[in-house]
Design a protein around this ligand. Structure first.
Ligand code: 5GP
Ligand code: ZN
Length: 112
């Protein structure tokens, strides 16, 4: 989708530190890391929010990919958090579906 920053990252039009590529999926470092490990997992084709995701199978693949990304990053055993901020009340600022994979420190609850 033109004007979408994550579509541009998926297309290689703007730089990102890519850590893993999957079938229709990409993982890269968050520009403004909130934890020692902070990666974003996206579908390479545009989906605006979790509400817009029509294919449960694709969502499952995305979650499994996030799990593999956490494993590769070395945070799986100690633990990590996968977050999908959705729409303004959920804290979403980039409207291309993405999973945050956060690890490398203890996560707190409740989230802010
Ligand atoms: P949201 O608030 O929508 O859940 O998360 C958007 C995330 O994208 C934020 O954590 C923000 O730091 C990250 N982000 C925004 N623009 C860019 C960018 O151009 N490159 C990268 N790597 N991350 C970005
Ligand atoms: Zn997009």
């Amino acid at each position: 989708m033109s004007g979408c920053i994550f579509c541009k990252i998926a297309a290689g039009e703007i730089p990102a530190t890519v850590v893993k590529r999957g079938d229709g999926m990409l993982a890269f470092k968050d520009l403004n890391a909130q934890a020692p490990t902070h990666l974003l997992v996206i579908p390479t084709t545009h989906v605006g929010t979790l509400n817009d995701a029509k294919d449960p199978g694709a969502l499952g693949k995305l979650l499994a990919f996030a799990r593999d990304v956490a494993q590769d990053a070395g945070v799986a055993t100690k633990g990590y958090r996968v977050v999908v901020n959705t729409n303004p009340d959920g804290g979403q600022t980039v409207f291309h579906l993405h999973l945050h994979v956060l690890g490398g420190r203890v996560m707190h609850w409740p989230p802010g």
